[in-house]
Write a protein that binds this ligand. Structure first.
Ligand SMILES: NC(=O)c1ccc[n+]([C@@H]2O[C@H](COP(=O)([O-])OP(=O)(O)OC[C@H]3O[C@@H](n4cnc5c(N)ncnc54)[C@H](OP(=O)(O)O)[C@@H]3O)[C@@H](O)[C@H]2O)c1
Length: 331
């Protein structure tokens, strides 16, 4: 039996293409002493992988080597007392059907708490990012107005719901009318804007946020953020979780054009990287799990099936093909 792997064939220029990736075969790996043999079950595709393909998010992927991301895998053979055969684990692993690990960087998954795939989304990096960036940097208060860009995505859909739990008025920015319905009906957003069909985003935000914007949870950057930030209240807070709108830019953006507003409105803009907060993961996952159980939050997933769908799912993030967390289920 052969093992499949997906490698980076070319560094993408602009929008990533299927031809930037290669599907290859190799010999099946064999687990040695102290090792486990893992079979990939669910693979996370994430916008930050784009920066690992072209050098803006170190350490970068090597050409002709497997791409890697967060994966939920089944232990199919174990020579390691810490992991039982049949258990599920998560870790930053290679885009391969099977691989061996010494177990040191693997986390055990409790599949009784939530479905396995949830550990890549609401109970994984994106849920954690939504909670920590919103609570620590956004510091939401009851009655404040929170605007979330990328509001139907994995991070944004959770950030908006947490804002509602705190008692904020929550306004989401998305790229389709279907996503407007989704975030208002399923995720409890008060108002929503389709940025692709709204010619003047600054005016639209001003109209929907009549008392101004206190917190802007930014997932996208670029001109969408210009439109929101122009409406910030004094002492507003802006957790910058990501700027997906410029991940495929060939020419670096110049600026920053926003600094005058930051000054005269006393704004706090703070960057955020989830890797900086690992010590808090167990506590935040416990909180998110409790909210899930109580029905206070919910989540969506877009799951493509088949190992060969990995590049397509990744590219789909930049085309807005996902509602909630984009995941590939391995056959
Ligand atoms: N700092 C951290 O530690 C951390 C951790 C996780 C994620 N992030 C960042 O958080 C953001 C969201 O990540 P995610 O995993 O939750 O992805 P996601 O929102 O589930 O998926 C990406 C979404 O971005 C939107 N999008 C794509 N291209 C866009 C563009 N040019 N302009 C505006 N919107 C665009 C699309 O939705 P529409 O259809 O609505 O356009 C797409 O569905 C990303 O910027 C990511 O890099 C950061």
């Amino acid at each position: 039996m052969k093992n499949r792997k997906i490698t980076l064939k070319k560094r993408p220029v602009g929008m990533p293409l299927l031809s930037d990736f290669n599907i290859e075969e190799e010999l099946m790996p064999v687990s040695g002493e102290g090792e486990v043999l893992l079979k990939s079950a669910y693979v996370s595709v994430d916008p930050y992988l784009r920066g690992k393909m072209n050098g803006t998010h170190p350490p970068i992927f090597e050409l002709n080597e497997p791409v890697s991301s967060k994966i939920i895998a089944e232990v199919v053979e174990s020579n390691n007392d810490n992991f039982k055969k049949g258990a599920y684990v998560s870790g930053y692993l290679n885009w391969k059907d099977y691989q061996v690990s010494d177990g040191k960087a693997l986390q055990k998954i409790d599949s009784n708490t939530a479905p396995l795939s949830a550990y890549l989304g609401v109970l994984g990096i994106t849920g954690l990012s939504a909670y920590i960036a919103l609570m620590d940097i956004g510091k939401p208060g009851k009655g404040e107005t929170l605007v979330v860009s990328g509001a139907a995505g994995a991070v944004g859909s959770i950030a908006g719901q947490i804002g509602k739990i705190i008692g904020c008025k929550v306004v989401g920015i998305v790229g389709t009318d279907e996503k407007i319905d989704l975030i208002k009906t399923k995720f409890g957003y008060d108002e929503a804007i389709n940025y692709k069909t709204t010619p003047d985003l600054k005016a639209a935000i001003a109209q929907l946020c009549s008392e101004g914007v206190d917190i802007y949870f930014d997932n996208v950057g670029g001109s969408i953020s210009d439109g929101v930030i122009a409406n910030m209240n004094n002492y507003g807070r802006i957790p910058v979780c990501g700027t997906i709108s410029n991940y495929n830019d060939i020419k670096a953006q110049t600026g920053p054009s926003l600094l005058p507003i930051v000054v005269y409105k006393f704004l706090t803009i703070q960057g955020f990287l989830i890797g900086d907060h690992a010590v808090r993961f167990p506590g935040v996952i416990a909180q998110l799990s409790a909210w899930l159980k109580e029905g206070k939050i919910t989540y969506s997933e877009t799951i493509l099936e088949g190992f060969d769908k990995l590049p397509e799912a990744f590219i789909g993030l930049f085309e807005g093909r996902n509602e909630g967390k984009m995941i590939v289920k391995i056959d």
